[in-house]
Design a protein around this ligand. Structure first.
Ligand code: LIP
Length: 269
């Protein structure tokens, strides 16, 4: 029998908060870069790997038959190969550079997939004390309060969140897209965490978010929060949200921003 998404949410919530306590209480004052990944600026700290280990131990301790996909390579297929049909998709620190610089915009992101579909998600921001949750078909909440996006601002009045890749060449291309966008919207915000960007679409603190180059674990939970709050979440030209593009906006703004991003070839390097 399939797991109850509400039960998965409870497990994800408890795991994320435990990881959050670890990341706040155990952060070394002299935190440095432990290693880099795709580029010299794509950093991993000892806390990323420590928090991922904690999350995996918690999640598989609670549900031994599940599988896990983790950003820091801590992938663990459960002892029986994930026979439960549940896979946890985790980013122990989304916004790692912000965490490294002791800036507050970072989050623990935990999503539960059931047979390939995200059915529950938690984005926990320990530095600000906010936690965003969602269950597929069950709505989205911020700190337990229901979230519902509006119709959407006119594009010329839209505050648009975005992010940039770790490769210098991609960042240069993304700057060219911003150059074409900035004069047609209210302004942009670059916070540094896709998970939090998606949650601020859900809360209405930004009008839209788009980014090329994120990983599945960056947007799996936050994308559910945004969509359960009534935002449209997808890619360009009918694609699903993916590394090529994640775009999230209320229904009235998604189309105009989508079309502008297509015109700017925002999903091309
Ligand atoms: C981050 C994303 C963010 C992006 C950053 C980085 P990480 O993920 O959440 O949207 O702009 O460049 O990729 O690497 O901190 O988990």
């Amino acid at each position: 029998m399939d797991a109850d998404p509400a039960e998965l949410l409870n497990v994800a919530y408890d795991a994320a908060l435990e990881a959050g306590r670890f990341l706040i209480e155990r952060r070394p004052r002299d935190l440095g870069v432990a290693r880099t990944k795709s580029s010299p600026t794509d950093v991993v700290t000892e806390m990323d790997t420590g928090a991922e280990r904690l999350l995996i131990e918690y999640l598989l301790g609670a549900r031994p038959g599940d599988a896990v996909l983790g950003e820091e390579g801590g992938d663990r297929v459960a002892a029986d190969g994930g026979a439960s049909g549940v896979r946890w998709v985790i980013d122990p620190i989304d916004g790692t550079v912000n965490y490294l610089y002791d800036l507050p915009a970072w989050a623990v992101s935990v999503a539960a997939e059931m047979r390939g579909t995200v059915v529950a998600g938690v984005v926990h921001a320990p530095a600000t004390g906010h936690t965003y949750t969602a269950v597929l078909g069950g709505g989205a909440q911020a700190d337990g309060h229901p979230l519902q996006v509006g119709a959407g601002a006119p594009i010329a009045e839209a505050l648009v969140a975005t992010g940039f890749g770790y490769a210098a060449g991609r960042r240069a291309r993304q700057a060219a897209v911003i150059a074409g966008l900035l004069g047609q919207v209210r302004d942009i915000r670059r916070v540094g965490s896709a998970a939090l960007d998606l949650c601020t679409v859900a809360t209405g603190q930004v009008d839209a978010y788009f980014e090329r180059g994120t990983n599945y674990w960056d947007h799996a939970a936050g994308g559910l929060v945004a969509s359960e709050a009534g935002a449209v979440v997808g890619g360009l030209r009918g694609a699903a949200a993916a590394t090529a593009m994640v775009l999230a906006a209320p229904p009235g703004l998604f189309g105009p921003l989508h079309d502008l991003l297509v015109d700017l070839r925002a999903d091309e390097d």
